[in-house]
Design a protein around this ligand. Sequence first.
Ligand code: NAD
Length: 279
Amino acid sequence: MKQFSERTAVITGAASGIGLELARRAANEGMQLVLADIEFERLQTAAATLELPAERVLLQKTDVSREDEIAALADAAFAHFGAVHLLCNNAGVGLTRVTWEHSTADWQWVLGVNLWSVIHGIQHFLPRMLEQGDEGHIVNTSSVAGLLSTPGMAAYNVSKHGVVTLSETLYGELLAAKAKVGVSVLCPAWVPTAIHQSARNRQERFGVNAPVAGLSASYEERMAQAVNAGRLTAADMASEVFDAVGNGRFYVIPHRKINNAIQLRTDDILNLRNPTPLA
Ligand SMILES: NC(=O)c1ccc[n+]([C@@H]2O[C@H](COP(=O)([O-])OP(=O)(O)OC[C@H]3O[C@@H](n4cnc5c(N)ncnc54)[C@H](O)[C@@H]3O)[C@@H](O)[C@H]2O)c1
């Protein structure tokens, strides 16, 4: 997708972190914005920092784990701006604990927000984006957790591996269909955002994060430390995404140091070796 200005971007999870920086970059590119988040007040405050004229931005309270709310988001975006050119399926939550301490509700929450949201985003936006006949692009936020299997985050890893394979599948299909809509997958490592405070957004129907101890607690602490120590910023992620979209690049993997771990996993698989434990 070569032209951004005067076109419309829809960004989920836009109240904070990577989503907010994607919104800022899209605004700077001259795009019209549809910004969605479950935290509406925070979204309003965040959107105000973009200093956009009211006619260039639409804010929509959306719980991305609910298909009806994604459908409503798509309806609102197309009704308001007439077209959607860039869809960033970005909202996500993290949860840290050993696999055997994930409850069913834990799995449902993380898969609902991180994976079903992307599935529903594709279902409700893509057919209309294809019908437009214009160039367009979908960016799905996965993680290096979608390429590796870091201990202590089973539901997160499963959700993000799902987003990678869903995006890869879609890439091949869009190519076969000679579509003017492309797709990229963003796979960051640690970025200092509010992801380690995801429990703030856990909807009532998914219960609450049960307190953790022992190994689960140490994973949780390490995850928070790693997020806070992340060297690349959310703005760096946005910059990599726009570069990739502009150049039609599929994999967006800003933390290149992770290549060694990806290589090691690939070698383990190809050599039928047991998985080398990640630090
Ligand atoms: N920060 C990292 O280290 C990191 C690394 C890899 C991938 N990611 C991914 O980046 C994406 C953005 O996360 P972030 O790091 O900016 O965290 P963040 O917590 O700062 O932002 C996430 C946003 O998603 C929103 N959100 C949560 N649940 C929602 C729901 N049900 N419906 C709608 N919105 C919801 C939150 O309110 C928040 O505004 C996520 O998909 C995350 O998994 C983050």
